[in-house]
Write a protein that binds this ligand. Structure first.
Ligand code: BV8
Length: 251
């Protein structure tokens, strides 16, 4: 059911829940000023995923992919978490077991103070050598600014961002934690994601199949809108602070 405001049921279920799981996507960072992927003018508008977010593209054009991620990393470090991120950090304090599963690589949930964050697709602030897996320093990345590929000082291997590209497996521990939280949650919130990318997009439905009350918060409908218990139309930065306040005031 699509609504302009969340239901009393959602507040009651959140206030009573022993375990809450949340899945976030690029939409929660939009109000911090970071482009989403599939909205008009989004990141993919400029580039085709096949062009950049896969290992073959990287190997055939490391400078282009390294500089695209370097640019996105700088943007992520320049912006601030917004009230949507902060509301989730506040909600976490009010729930006995809270798992924040994110597809985002911008590190904004950590910066907002969230504690139990599961990064399904990695983190753009980390880089490592493709050969020896040595973590790269900012100094190691310096050649990118000169249009040169950044290489490992130990083995000369190419340095890559610590993100999951298309065709790559998700970090097994992160996927296991996310799956377990989805199956145990009494309430599952899907926030600011088009639910277009697997296996992340299957998590809300797994939660529902395990008996969770599933709500999404999005400015438009998504691939799972028809399957969730309620779909709240609104910006994460507006809806989530009100939702968290309502849970806090719940008797
Ligand atoms: C894998 C890299 C094994 C980091 C990304 C099963 C079926 C079909 C296909 C597959 C499948 N299993 C695997 C695949 C292939 C593929 C896939 O899912 N393809 C899709 C596109 C069809 N998956 C994979 O390759 C995964 N690996 O499963 O390995 C395998 C491999 C091959 C085949 C079988 C098995 C790896 C997936 C990870 C890819 N890496 N990013 C980076 O560069 O960032 S994906 C990319 O999309 C980002 O990580 C992003 O987080 C993710 C999801 O996008 P969203 O976050 O949802 O962003 P989007 O723009 O789409 O939506 C934003 C939403 O916010 C919108 O709904 C908008 O309305 C809303 N919004 C906007 N403003 C606001 C708002 N909402 C609230 N408030 C606002 N203010």
């Amino acid at each position: 059911m699509t609504r302009s405001d969340f239901s009393k049921t959602l507040i009651d279920r959140l206030a009573e829940a022993d375990h809450v799981a949340v899945l976030t996507g690029a939409g929660i960072s939009a109000e911090s000023g970071l482009s989403t992927f599939r909205d008009p003018g989004g990141l993919w508008d400029k580039f085709d995923p096949q062009e950049l977010a896969n290992v073959d593209a990287f190997l055939s054009n490391p400078e282009l992919v390294q500089s695209w991620y370097s640019h996105r990393r700088e943007l992520a470090l320049e912006v601030e978490p917004n009230p949507g991120h902060e509301a989730l950090a506040e909600l976490e304090k009010r729930v006995p077991h809270f798992t924040l599963i994110t597809q985002n690589v911008d590190d904004l949930h950590h910066r907002a103070g969230s504690d139990n964050v599961v990064e399904l697709h990695g983190n753009i602030t980390r880089n490592y050598c493709m050969e020896c897996e040595r973590e790269a320093t900012d100094e190691d990345l310096a050649p990118i600014a000169e249009g040169e590929p950044a290489r490992c000082p130990s083995c000369d291997g190419l340095i890559r961002p610590d993100v999951v590209w298309f065709g790559e497996m998700l970090p097994p521990d992160a996927l296991r934690q996310a799956s377990r939280a989805s199956e145990r949650a009494g309430v599952f919130l899907s926030i600011g994601t088009s639910a277009a990318v697997q296996p992340a997009a299957s998590l809300p439905l797994r939660a529902k199949a395990s008996g969770a009350y599933v709500a999404e918060v999005n400015v438009r409908s998504t691939e799972i809108t028809r399957q969730v218990d309620e779909s709240v139309r609104g910006k994460a930065g507006d809806v989530l602070p009100t939702l968290t306040d309502a849970v806090a005031q719940h008797g």
